[in-house]
Unconditional design. Sequence first.
Length: 121
Amino acid sequence: MASILPYEAFWIYVSLFIFVSVVTILAGYIMGRRKPSPVKEATFECGQEEDIHPHDTYIRGADRYFAYAVAFFILDAFTWILIAAVKAFNYYLTSFILVSLFLSGIAVALYYYVSKVREVL
């Protein structure tokens, strides 16, 4: 009785995943409607027609929240990069240089973003 090796099982899984994904997308494309129905294009906001469009409205708080979210992500990513690179810092100078370049690029991007948000506010 033959057994499946781990790498063979992986490629069987990948092949099945791609096959099922393609078949599902093609089935949806073949069986789907080409034109949306009037109900699909109707407004569902309490049965009323919309009087403003999202791109015409400026929400001030969202920019500030996004700036905090970006800062949190960068600081969180910074921590995990340092934790993951502790071994690399001890052994490889190139790893230290690459991580330093990445972190400095992120810091410059954060500074630029925060300065643009301050201009708008």
